[in-house]
Design a binder for this molecule. Structure first.
Ligand code: FE2
Length: 205
């Protein structure tokens, strides 16, 4: 399954070109719907992501204060929308076979029992999304398993397909016995124990 999306310009997000014409998926998806979905809806997520990144960059250059909580929430939503749509466009095409083949089918049979069981579960995931969201089939590298995910909005309940370079646990269990309610002290201490070589290695891997 092709899930990696190639982007043409690394300086900012861009609307990817489709591999098919807008009318090619008819009657399953009409030309009008596909065109609006791609050129209007998806484009908005691309534009918003770039606007927010610019806002962050400008504020950093001027050393201005930022409403980071609000901005990053919005960035996550819009980038999530862009990435999911980019994968969606690759998920659909005009010349399909009815069933997967080869290794994918082997994995589906192995992890779900059968292709029909997989289809049933995936459909249930899609049908039971409350409000706006997505159904997704994902692959967990750690367990070598296929996992279904139900994504709320564009970014809730999903493990992002973005390589994580470093993390800091700020659950109270991570610091309370040492720092009580002074989480800021814990965060300050963290900077003294970051393994930057490992962080760099993850970036280069
Ligand atoms: Fe959409």
């Amino acid at each position: 399954m092709e899930w990696n999306v190639k982007y043409q310009n690394k300086m900012k997000y861009q609307l990817p070109k489709l591999d098919y014409e807008y009318d090619e998926l008819e009657p399953h998806i009409s030309k009008e719907v596909l065109k609006i979905h791609h050129t209007k809806h998806h484009q908005v997520y691309v534009d918003n992501s770039n606007k927010i990144l610019k806002k962050l960059e400008d504020a950093r250059n001027k050393n201005d204060d930022l409403d980071l909580k609000h901005l990053l929430k919005s960035l996550s939503f819009n980038v999530g929308g862009h990435i999911l749509h980019s994968i969606f466009w690759k998920t659909i095409s005009s010349n399909n076979s009815e069933e997967p083949k080869g290794k994918l089918l082997e994995k589906i049979n192995n992890d779900f029992g059968s292709f029909s069981r997989f289809k049933e579960e995936f459909s249930n995931v899609a049908n039971s999304v409350e409000g706006s969201g997505w159904a997704a089939l994902t692959y967990c590298n750690e367990t070598d398993k296929l996992i279904l995910m139900q994504i709320e909005k564009h970014n809730v309940n999903i493990c992002p397909g973005i390589k994580i370079l470093m993390v800091l646990d700020v659950w109270e269990h991570a610091y309370y016995l040492d720092y009580k309610n002074k989480r800021n002290k814990f965060v300050e201490a963290f900077w003294k124990i970051v393994n930057w070589k490992k962080v760099e290695k993850r970036l280069n891997d």
